[in-house]
Write a protein that binds this ligand. Structure first.
Ligand code: HMG
Length: 446
């Protein structure tokens, strides 16, 4: 008996992104490290890495993204019931990033303005952003949100040892999602989310380490394995719930894939694995009747050819994945927020291409080292263009500062004497006192 799922729609109504202004250009990096620029541009897919300034941390990025989301939507603190934060770069073993964030926001909105906001810091490497979103979404579906919207913030700094292979996958940034009923950007599909978890040491950062221990090649294997497993579960549930009517050429029911992207090329690797599994499954189950089935359901030969072309991974990549890599290519890995950077990239990219994506289905493929994957989907709303305005990602990439390798290394080592970038309308770290208390300040728009 197929599951029948009905009810209200909820999901992402708007997105605000904060990216630190300093960045390292891949050509400068390649020259400094003696790496071929082609390896970075084509082998990895990276063009620039965002580097946090000396007065920025995960809390300033989270609070700034949150404030931008609230200002953009004219939200007052009473409209928000919960602020949920996902990060793998927490600032304290005990005190959650939420407290710092709320403290900063109350510098703008007034003391106690957000005292009613629930929420906590969640951690599971890069996948926890998806869990934080899911928690707020299910709270709304359960009617436990007191009629208020939630904000889910992902904030991270991907920092690797200087000279290590991970170094050219660095990045930093925060993404804030407004989660509510009848959302403009994307309504999440019910009953299809699928996840998988196992105990792995592909990438981890033991207490006290400033950078992770990375088993690079093994992490690639864990990623593709876990994502493919979670995708298989998603497919099973999508068929059971009749979200998708047939498993035959299942990929054609998906308009875009929003992968967690530690670097842009990862999307291609994961897609190839998913398509290979799909192909094997189809070959075993449907190869013989495929053509006659398509003739029956689609009639003309041109439509059949279009569908068969989708078996080709290059074509699928170009159509369904490439629009999502823009952000990662220009920012790098932002860990928890990466999968939503992919979503923002799809929206901005297709807007520039003048494509109407309302009604298109996006599948999110979220991965976190350690390791776990969550796969879920949603449908782009009619109001997405209105929410996006002149772009979601693009405004975050304006007026950036290309920094030298010397400036970058000084920031990396915590030896920069002064901030590199001029700032307006954002929070900054003023200092840390002898009791490890952090002092933040808002820089006016000016
Ligand atoms: P590496 O050893 O530099 O890679 O490490 P490589 O030598 O295999 O080269 C990479 C690609 O560049 C290859 O292509 C080469 O052929 C190509 P592929 O075979 O993969 O298709 N290449 C060239 N292409 C054009 N012109 C050239 C050229 N030379 C080489 N001249 C690695 C790569 C990703 C392993 C490394 O950067 C690393 O360790 N990164 C950090 C870990 C990571 O990002 N893992 C990804 C999966 S785990 C994950 O996503 C979770 C994470 O986000 C953390 C979390 O969950 O919290 C990291």
């Amino acid at each position: 008996m197929p599951l029948k799922i009905r009810g209200m729609n909820a999901g992402i109504d708007d997105i605000a992104i904060f990216i630190p202004k300093p960045y390292v250009h891949y050509m400068d990096f390649a020259a400094a490290r003696g790496i071929s620029p082609e390896k970075l541009e084509k082998g990895i897919g990276v063009k620039a890495m965002a580097i946090p300034d000396s007065d920025e941390d995960t809390a300033t990025m989270a609070a700034t993204a949150c404030l931008r989301l609230m200002k953009k939507n004219n939200l007052s603190p009473k409209d928000i019931g919960r602020i949920e934060i996902a990060t793998e770069c927490g600032l304290d073993q005990s005190k959650a990033l939420n407290s710092y964030t709320i403290g900063m926001l109350e510098q703008v909105y007034g003391k106690w303005a957000l005292a009613h906001c629930g929420g906590r810091e969640s951690k599971f490497a890069c996948v926890s952003g998806s869990w934080a979103l899911r928690d707020c979404w299910t709270e709304i579906l359960a009617g436990e949100n007191n009629g208020k919207a939630s904000i889910v913030v992902m904030s991270d700094i991907a920092k690797y040892d200087i000279g290590s292979p991970g170094e050219y996958t660095q990045g930093a940034g925060a993404v804030a999602l407004l989660v509510k009923e009848s959302p403009r950007i994307i309504s999440l599909d019910r009953g299809v989310a699928s996840w998988v978890i196992s105990d792995d040491y592909d990438f981890y950062r033991p207490h006290g380490h400033k950078t992770p221990v990375v088993n690079g090649k093994y992490s690639l294997d864990c990623y593709v394995e876990q994502v493919a497993r979670a995708f298989a579960g998603f497919k099973r549930k999508a068929l059971e719930t009749r979200l998708v009517r047939t498993g035959l050429n299942f990929i054609s029911a998906i308009d875009y894939f929003a992968f967690h992207l530690p670097f842009p090329k990862m999307g291609r690797k994961a897609l190839e694995r998913i398509l290979a599994e799909e192909y094997v499954e189809e070959k075993m189950a449907f190869e013989a009747p495929l053509i006659s089935y398509l003739r029956e359901t689609h009639g003309d030969e041109r439509a059949i050819k279009e569908i068969l072309k989708l078996k080709n991974s290059e074509a699928v990549f170009r159509q369904k994945v490439e629009p999502s890599v823009l952000g990662c290519a220009h920012v790098g890995n932002i860990y928890t927020g990466s999968v939503f950077l992919s979503l923002a990239s799809i929206i901005d990219n297709e807007r520039l291409e003048r494509k109407d994506i309302a009604g298109k289905r996006i599948v999110f493929l979220s991965y976190g080292s350690g390791s776990s994957a969550v796969v879920y989907s949603g449908v782009i709303g009619k109001g997405h263009a209105d929410a996006a305005g002149k772009g979601i990602l693009m405004p975050a990439l304006e007026n950036r500062n290309r920094i030298s390798i010397e400036q970058y290394e000084a920031l990396h080592k915590g030896e920069a004497k002064a901030p590199v970038a001029e700032k307006r309308g954002q929070f900054v770290l003023e200092g840390v006192d002898g009791n490890e208390r952090r002092n933040y300040r808002f820089i006016e728009y000016g």
